[in-house]
Design a protein. Structure first.
Length: 254
């Protein structure tokens, strides 16, 4: 899954799902698309009791009026209470909405970028972390689908549309940092989710060795070394296993 930044109006992007954020009690974010639909969007929102509360969603097809196939309006909550953490939650919500509507591609803007005084880079990073971490799936040991089930359609890409140069640069910087942190987090998730019958001590040691370099030093300890260091609790647990124990010591120096 990837997130890319483009300096383009999101109404011009061909995508499965266009996501528009709307603050609570302030619907001017919807004015442009409402005009495209001759005021019907505001009527739909009123009938659906969409008020822009954090986490509220409203989805409708575009009927070919714009390149996107569908539009999802997402509530951002109160403008004065919006923080980078809200942006992280909205990123996760976008993944959830995309998955539920089998959208492989999404176009949107980073929520909160229009607010005065907000840290653009941190907000972009938080938003991207929400997307990357929510899009995580552990596929390796999943069973086969039943005949009546549709195969899952994963979210493959998100296009962040920021027309301002300063906003676009901040978005790219924040997303890059988020990708590094999220990749590391999801790697750790893979290690944890792998059954212990597969993630043996020896394999865990090999995984650790693969991290060596760029300031990371790896030391592998066998049973004798562990005993010498007094690692008796770990050794006691290992006695119940057919696999010999392995100790792993990671050191990071920037």
């Amino acid at each position: 899954m990837e997130i890319n930044v483009q300096r383009i109006n999101y109404f011009e992007v061909s995508t499965d799902l266009l996501v528009i954020g709307a603050y609570q009690g302030n619907a001017h974010e919807l004015d442009e698309i409402d005009r495209m639909y001759d005021g019907e969007i505001s009527k739909i929102a009123a009938r659906s009791v969409f008020e822009g509360k954090h986490g509220q969603t409203l989805l409708f097809p575009t009927f070919g009026k714009i390149p996107a196939k569908n539009v999802a309006i997402v509530g951002l909550g109160e403008r004065k209470l919006f923080t980078a953490d809200n942006a992280r939650k909205i990123g996760g919500l976008i993944v959830k909405v995309a998955k539920s509507h089998r959208a492989a591609t999404v176009a949107t803007t980073i929520p909160g970028f229009d607010l005065k005084g907000i840290d653009l880079r941190n907000t972009a990073q938080a938003f991207a972390e929400g997307v990357f971490l929510s899009a995580y799936r552990f596929h390796v040991y999943h069973g086969t689908l039943k005949k009546k089930e549709k195969p899952p359609r994963e979210l493959k890409s998100v296009v962040v549309c920021e027309r301002g140069a300063r906003q676009a640069v901040a978005a790219e910087q924040g997303i890059k940092q988020a990708e590094i942190l999220s990749r590391a987090t999801n790697y750790a998730r893979d290690l944890v989710n792998t059954p212990s019958s597969e993630m043996t001590p020896a394999r865990m040691a090999e995984e650790a060795k693969s991290l060596a370099g760029k300031g990371i030093r790896v030391k592998i300890m066998d049973a004798k070394e562990m005993e010498r260091r007094g690692m008796n609790a770990a050794l006691a647990v290992a006695r119940g296993s057919a696999h010999p124990p392995v100790g792993v010591h990671l050191t990071y120096r920037p």
